[in-house]
Design a protein around this ligand. Structure first.
Ligand code: PMP
Length: 404
């Protein structure tokens, strides 16, 4: 059982007011709020051990290096990776996918080879591949969704052929909340010798994720969606793949030796970490993941599911409200529209009541097109949200409906 009022006291921002009303923060799929321990970790590190890492002989540099590498091990354990060499620090999910798209296509793809995505992908898992389409001549195959906005796995299976080089799929959709059956997808892909990249931007903070059990080849996520700092993300890759991939960015730290005649590259994970990394952000992210682990991902998943069920039932009492994404396997995201009311108007009016939701296409325009809408209102819940806040959302929507 989670002690929600104790948890809320760890997040000072939750007790602030907006427009003179208590903040109801329901935009957690965009970014999560930060517990005190994460902010305090950042402060402590700047005050006590700020020094550039890896190359320094002096005391502070060595301490900062130790903290950065210890954070890597925390992340390794959090996602159940075999080795900390498989954890690459990036700026976020977007950079992680761009890295793989660039390095993977350069090494393994020739014109006509195919990458499989799905209709529900975030633009971050579409556009990097489109950029590679122009550079490497690859083709994209897109798996459609059924009426509940679930990925049709049979269609995915049909799209695999001898030209398929990789499947890149979201674990959880940011716009719908649908949880994809990634275990099954990976099983099918591997039976055909195709590697799989999992976009876990919306899953690592909600569900237990273990990359070895899942057997994914790559997995990516962002720190800021998992109660950690912005500008900090992770790329996990099986060592056998990362070893074969060429570097993405060039610069300091990623090299073994440099001359104008020949430059050689560093070992994993440094081969993919050019330049000074966010060596403060790494420890702050590790602190955030420790905070989540202390609450327990099973407890979090259970409580957030309760919030999802409660909110779904309450929202459906509103006449004319339609929920987009009705899979029984959902994380705590609800996308909806109310008859005739534009999502932007709904979002703006809810905001004036202190309720923060997201409106628009949620960086998933192909999905919006498939649903024949130009956007939705999205309420996304975290473990610090409460049923009382959901009641405020429902009352707020009813008020907007009465205004129209
Ligand atoms: N994929 C998914 C599923 C997401 O929800 C997001 C963020 N909304 C991203 C990728 C991109 O993450 P970031 O902007 O942190 O790089």
């Amino acid at each position: 059982m989670l002690d929600i009022s104790k948890i809320r006291s760890d997040f000072p921002i939750l007790s602030r007011q907006v427009y003179g009303k208590p903040l109801v923060y329901l935009d957690n799929a965009a970014t999560t709020q930060k517990p005190k321990c994460v902010v305090e970790k950042i402060e402590e590190m700047y005050y006590t051990l700020n020094a550039n890492i890896h190359r320094g002989v002096h005391f502070l540099s060595q301490q900062a290096t130790d903290a950065h590498e210890a954070a890597r091990v925390t992340i390794q354990k959090y996602i159940g990776a075999k080795s900390s060499n498989e954890i690459i620090f990036t700026r976020g999910t977007t950079e992680s996918i761009n890295l793989i798209a660039s390095s993977f296509c350069r090494e393994f793809c020739k014109p006509g080879d195919e990458i499989i995505l799905s209709t529900m992908e975030h633009h971050s898992n579409i556009v990097p591949w489109q950029l590679q389409q122009e550079i490497s001549g690859i083709k994209l195959q897109v798996v459609p969704l059924n009426d509940r906005m679930e990925l049709i796995i049979d269609e995915l299976e049909k799209k695999i052929n001898s030209r398929t080089k990789l499947i890149s799929i979201a674990h959880v959709s940011n716009a719908l909340g649908t949880i994809n059956d990634v275990n099954r997808i990976i099983e099918i892909a591997h039976a055909n010798n195709v590697p799989v990249l999992i976009d876990a931007a919306q899953s690592v903070q909600h569900l237990p994720v273990n990359v070895q059990k899942m057997d994914c080849d790559f997995l990516v996520f962002s720190g800021h969606k998992a109660y950690g700092p912005t500008g900090m993300g992770v790329l996990y890759g099986k060592e056998k793949w990362l070893d074969k991939l060429p570097p993405y960015h060039g610069g300091g730290e990623m090299i073994a030796s440099v001359s104008f005649e020949k430059t050689t590259f560093n070992v994993l994970p440094f081969k993919f970490e050019a330049g000074t990394p966010d060596f403060i952000g790494s420890s702050a992210l590790a602190t955030a993941l420790d905070y989540i682990s202390d609450l327990g991902l099973d407890n979090i998943a259970k409580y957030e599911h309760e919030l999802l069920e409660y909110a779904t039932n309450q929202l459906l009492t509103i006449e004319g409200l339609k929920i987009y994404g009705t899979s029984p396997q959902k994380s705590s995201v609800i996308s909806f529209l109310v008859n005739g009311i534009h999502h932007y108007d709904m979002g703006m009016l809810l905001d004036k009541m202190g309720i923060a939701v997201r409106t628009g296409h949620h960086c998933a325009q192909p999905l919006m097109e498939a649903m024949h809408v130009d956007g939705t209102v999205r309420a996304s819940f975290a473990f610090y949200n409460t049923k009382e806040e959901i009641d405020k959302l429902v009352a707020g929507i009813n008020r907007v409906v009465s205004m129209f």
